[in-house]
Ligand binder design. Structure first.
Ligand code: UDP
Length: 400
């Protein structure tokens, strides 16, 4: 399978990757996160774990267990890390977190591994299982630079037990973290069904299936149903655009197993849609990779109007498909979009609407930005680069 990547990356990079894997032969790696489906972390692990094994590094993936109460608490932690002050973590929340953590401690075997990657705050407490000689890495996918202080104090006691941490961008690193911090942005896999080229027939039939008109412009946002993705803001921007330009809005989303708020947000979005026949709210099953691929390829303009964002894999996915993306000027989105070159960075609903109108009116700009966008992803955000960066961190922590 690895040879397929030669189409997208140079031979030197591929050889470096193989060499590094050879150096690390025999090292056993475990990834732990909180959901098998939904969201960027699961998306990446589904691809990365088999590829690391193919490279000859024994790699496994475990998912922590949790009931609704536990995931309500972890979602609260997630929100409070992103945006302090909206709610507080109660004593009961802490007890719920700790109780579930200890259950997970007993059912996840970490002793077998040399290196354990713990993704995000949900499984953070598993660090109590760390054995001598092992290296534990906290792979943080969210912005914790200005967290709620109480929540951070609670998590910090776990974080400081790790040997290293990895963040998407330097701005996300929390000042005062006492362990080494590495910067590694995520990636997309060009040979995954989500990103592979598709035949026109499938794209057409997908649009037909959802009742979307292929002849009229399509504005698309793909995101879990989460308030931090601001689906309502996207609808407002679309309504501003619609006063001047004919277009359809597609909000494609799904629920994640570890996010209990999804159903409620979905209802809010349906309410905001009202009886507008040109808004398509698609609640897709978790394995709809080809459908999302088809929607991204048929979009005229892609938006990602998140209020807070870790990275926003969907931005790279759309850019890979030669789409100019209009994204919020925050977090990892800012790292992917080069303003005015691959798409636009925006700061408001009005700004989003303005840039959508501009791109709808200028097919030449769309084409040129789309080409730049594809090249940017090819250069910086493919999975081969990502695996290489991870292996370098493993090498550094184990061998130096
Ligand atoms: N995704 C999906 N179906 C959906 C919504 C999202 O498969 O209905 C995928 C999307 O294509 C991307 C990932 O989930 O690969 C979302 O990652 P991102 O970093 O954009 O956001 P997160 O959900 O992790 O906050």
């Amino acid at each position: 399978m690895f040879e397929e990547y030669a189409k997208y990356i140079d031979e030197g990079t591929l050889n470096e990757l193989k060499q590094l894997a050879k150096e690390l032969k025999g090292v056993r790696i475990l990834h732990v996160n909180s959901t098998k489906h939904g969201g960027g972390v699961a998306e990446i692990l589904h691809r990365m774990v088999p590829l690391m094994n193919e490279l000859g590094i024994e790699t496994h993936w475990e998912v922590i267990r949790g009931n609704v109460e536990f995931f309500k608490v972890t979602k609260k932690i997630h929100n409070l890390l992103h945006m302090p002050g909206r709610e507080t973590l109660s004593h009961q929340d802490v007890i719920t977190y700790m109780r579930q953590t200890y259950e997970n401690v007993s059912h996840i075997d970490t002793d077998y591994y040399d290196v354990v990657f713990i993704h995000d705050p949900q499984p953070l407490g598993l660090i109590v299982k760390k054995k001598q000689g092992q290296r534990w890495i906290w792979r943080c996918h969210i912005d914790i630079s200005t967290p709620d202080e109480e929540v951070w104090k609670f998590l910090e006691m776990f974080v400081n037990g790790y040997d290293g941490s990895i963040f998407h961008i330097p701005e996300f690193v929390r000042e005062g973290v006492q362990i080494p911090a590495f910067i590694i942005p995520p990636s997309i896999d060009p040979i995954h069904d989500k990103n592979r080229e598709l035949d026109e027939g499938f794209i057409k039939s997908t649009l037909e299936r959802f009742g979307i008109d292929p002849e009229r412009p399509i504005v698309l946002q793909v995101s879990r149903f989460d308030r931090l993705k601001d689906p309502i803001g996207v609808i407002e921007a679309y309504r501003m655009v619609k006063r001047r330009y004919d277009c359809q809005l597609v909000l494609a989303g799904s629920f994640a197993d570890d996010d209990p708020e999804g159903a409620e947000v979905y209802r809010e979005v349906m309410e905001a849609k009202g009886d507008d026949q040109d808004i398509f709210v698609l609640n897709l099953p978790p394995d709809s990779h080809r459908e999302i691929n088809a929607l991204q390829r048929s979009a005229t303009v892609v938006v990602q109007k998140s209020i807070r964002e870790g990275f926003g894999l969907v931005v790279s996915e759309a850019m890979w498909k030669y789409k100019p993306v209009i994204g919020s000027n925050i977090g990892g989105i800012r790292r992917q979009i080069i303003n005015g070159v691959t798409g636009y960075l925006v700061n408001s609903i009005e700004g989003t609407a303005f840039r959508v109108k501009q791109l709808l009116a200028n097919p030449k700009d769309r084409e040129e930005m789309g080409r730049n966008a594809h090249e940017r992803v090819r250069h910086s955000f493919l999975i081969t680069r990502h695996i290489k960066d991870y292996l370098l961190v493993v090498y550094k922590l184990l061998k130096s």
